[in-house]
Write a protein that binds this ligand. Structure first.
Ligand SMILES: C[S@@+](CC[C@H](N)C(=O)[O-])C[C@H]1O[C@@H](n2cnc3c(N)ncnc32)[C@H](O)[C@@H]1O
Length: 223
């Protein structure tokens, strides 16, 4: 699927599931986000055009960013103590969520992304944010999420439906092990939660089930 076909099918799916009003609100915020902050986080990247360092391309979802409206509404559900720890975005793409997590006050923000060009763009975006005065430490790791070692200070694990059940299961086992070795306040945010059963089978508990005001479903889990 090329970029245009992917954009069109996403737009049609959005109209079908959310209706015209929510789709328009999403589209307007999408249009404004990068212009307001001088960033490049929008658009799509299909898996057939990806240049990855390692990992399973056939298990991956294409790049498309989280909507600002949804992310900010999810943040309202989080315990403030989580912001004292590190925010990790699994499949961080061009870094939209890293920017938003920085602006929402996390102590440190880390992105893991296996596609090279997306990582380069994300680094440029975070540099722009730093020039504008952001001081939060940030890191972008160009690596397969399945082999990424969990930082011991990680409190908030973010997934926007990045990969299939198998990879999700491998990552969840690592998170579980890290939390057992060093128990700490934590939450897992799962946007567009297609692998819900994998979380339950892995021993995580559903803490909150939400729908953002623009019709995007998300779950929060803990161990
Ligand atoms: C739907 S996008 C989400 C982007 C970003 N998290 C956001 O919400 O704005 C999913 C991302 O996961 C990345 N991805 C998929 N499989 C991966 C893997 N095994 N390791 C690291 N990144 C992966 C894709 O390249 C894509 O950028």
């Amino acid at each position: 699927m090329n970029r245009f076909t992917l954009a069109l099918s996403t737009l049609l799916a959005s109209l079908r599931t959310r209706g015209l009003r929510k789709t328009l609100r999403l589209a307007v915020d999408e249009f404004r986000f990068d212009r307001q902050l001088g960033l490049d986080t929008g658009g799509f990247l299909d898996t057939t055009s990806m240049d990855i360092v390692d990992g399973k391309l056939d298990a991956a979802q294409p790049y498309m960013p989280t909507a600002r409206i949804t992310f900010n509404e999810i943040c309202k559900q989080l315990d403030p103590v989580l912001r004292l720890g590190t925010f990790v975005d699994y499949g961080s793409g061009k870094g939209r969520v890293l920017v938003l997590a920085t602006l929402s006050g996390f102590n440190k923000v880390v992105g893991v992304e296996f596609e090279r060009t997306l990582c380069d763009t994300a680094r440029r975006n975070l540099a722009t944010l730093k020039r504008a005065g952001a001081t939060t430490p940030t890191e972008i790791i160009n690596q397969d999420a399945a082999t990424f070692p969990i930082p011991t200070e990680a409190s908030t694990f973010y997934f926007y439906n990045p990969f299939d059940e198998q990879v999700m299961n491998d990552v969840l086992k690592k998170i579980q092990q890290s939390l057992r070795l060093k128990p700490r306040p934590h939450t897992i945010i799962y946007m567009n939660p297609t692998c819900h059963e994998v979380f339950i089978k892995a021993g995580f508990h559903l803490q909150y089930r939400g729908d953002s005001s623009v019709g995007q479903a998300f779950h929060l889990y803990h161990i």
